[in-house]
Design a protein around this ligand. Structure first.
Ligand SMILES: *[C@@H]1O[C@H](CO)[C@@H](O)[C@H](O)[C@H]1NC(C)=O
Ligand SMILES: *[C@@H]1O[C@H](CO)[C@@H](O)[C@H](O)[C@H]1NC(C)=O
Ligand SMILES: *[C@@H]1O[C@H](CO)[C@@H](O)[C@H](O)[C@H]1NC(C)=O
Ligand SMILES: *[C@@H]1O[C@H](CO)[C@@H](O)[C@H](O)[C@H]1NC(C)=O
Ligand SMILES: *[C@@H]1O[C@H](CO)[C@@H](O)[C@H](O)[C@H]1NC(C)=O
Length: 196
């Protein structure tokens, strides 16, 4: 009897954990990632949108020589694997790929070692004890952009770069919408990474 009760209890805890917080598929923050390619053929405007729930978590993973996203005949070029990751709260920053347009833009991470596995976790938390941690509100949009052109000398650039690499059809930018807490139509694991 005790065993049965325990397993039911365990199951309940599991269900609560799943619906209140999730781990999403990692995002390879890499211009080679097909997600960031201009898919104009499918009537898109050129950027990814992601819907998340509060308390969920996603890892942004830096380009590295060991992770090959597309079959290639040439060796990975570590000299072009220096990327950065910004969060912006202003639509104009996202649209114009210029983090200087708002003083709220924040550089989250620099990918400066292509030979290592470097990653940055983002928790879509509403409250955190750490004043330096990111905070998110439900029903709001947030913007993640990468403004490096891949080279070591430009990986601190605050504008342009792979965020608006029209020459190669690459747009390293993601619009993240934090679903409303009250939205009961989405109780489970929400991760809809789709082309806008
Ligand atoms: C995507 O590419 C097409 C043609 O290659 C171009 O007309 C369109 O402006 C591009 N989209 C963006 C967002 O630059
Ligand atoms: C993106 O780059 C293209 C070509 O360099 C330029 O014409 C365009 O104005 C840029 N767009 C933004 C939003 O910066
Ligand atoms: C970015 O925005 C700043 C502030 O408005 C402006 O001074 C700068 O010229 C812009 N840079 C680019 C490349 O558009
Ligand atoms: C950021 O800019 C706003 C106006 O756009 C200004 O009121 C605020 O003081 C600025 N904050 C900092 C830290 O510079
Ligand atoms: C709930 O979420 C779905 C998918 O994100 C959206 O289509 C719908 O409009 C939302 N409903 C409300 C009441 O916000």
């Amino acid at each position: 009897m005790r065993k049965v009760l325990l397993s039911v209890f365990g199951l309940l805890i599991n269900m609560v954990c799943v619906s209140s917080s999730s781990m999403y598929d990692s995002i390879f923050w890499d211009p080679q990632n097909p997600l960031f390619r201009n898919k104009s053929q499918s009537c898109s405007t050129g950027y990814m949108t992601l819907k998340v729930r509060l308390q969920s978590k996603v890892f942004f993973i830096c380009p590295n020589t060991a992770t090959v996203l597309q079959k290639t005949s040439s060796a990975p070029q570590s000299a072009t694997m220096y990327e950065n990751l910004w969060i912006a709260y202003d639509r104009s920053v996202f649209d114009q790929c210029n983090t200087s347009l708002s003083n709220t833009s924040k550089l989250l991470f620099g990918c400066n070692d292509p030979t290592a596995l470097k990653y940055f976790p983002v928790v879509f938390a509403e409250f955190t004890a750490d004043p330096n941690s990111l905070k998110f509100k439900d029903g709001k949009k947030y913007y993640f952009i990468g403004t490096s052109d891949g080279t070591q000398t430009h990986f601190n650039d605050p504008t342009g770069g792979h965020c608006n690499d029209t020459k190669n059809g690459i747009f390293m930018k993601i619009e993240v919408y934090v679903c409303k807490k009250s939205n009961l139509t989405h109780t489970g694991n929400v991760q809809l990474l789709q082309y806008n």
